[in-house]
Design a protein around this ligand. Sequence first.
Ligand SMILES: [Cu+2]
Length: 231
Amino acid sequence: MLEWLIPAASTSADEIDWLFTLIFWTVGFWFLVAQGILFGFIVKFRRRPGVRSQYIAGESKDEKRWISWPHYVVIACDVVLIAGAIAVWRDVKQVIPTPDETIRVIAQQWAWTFVHPGPDRRLDTPDDVVTVNELHVRNDTTYAFELSSLDVVHSFSIPVFRLKQDAVPGRVITGWFRPTKTGTFDIACAEMCGLGHALMPAVLHIESPEAHAAWLGDRTTVAAATSGSRS
Ligand SMILES: [Cu+2]
């Protein structure tokens, strides 16, 4: 249902959308029932000439049922939602696949720095590619990320991946994603991080392996040329 509004572009997205849909229909159904009963009673017990209003203390068994039964329904629905949430949490947060590549994401006021592993697919080697506000990933590839912040708390948000993770100064927080669709999508900061918070959007490019290799090729040629001119 959520993909009508935001495309889903990661292997975790469908499951998270399923959880949202479960919550929407569970809560939505009972919302409509409760409102229906409320408005039904408003009409049924409206003021009529010659009918005196009753004083109901809510102490008899018959009356208490109106409180206790909805409570049991709420608890039963909670159990269903919590079970669904635990299942999704396990699949997304605890079952961590072996990554094909690792990227580094560094948040600061007010920009994102991305360190890509380069053609050798390993970080901390001379062919790493560093970009600002621009992340390039290969489609159908499992990525681990190492997220950190240089100053305050930020939140690394990629709506099409259904991914949102706080970046906390002094900590390196890890996570993973696997893109399933090529295209250009938004990255945002989802935590109020100061005056320029709204000015730190970045762009996610999910590319086919060939397009990604071509992009990396361009970047490493530029890097080689500039390091050559410096020496
Ligand atoms: Cu921020």
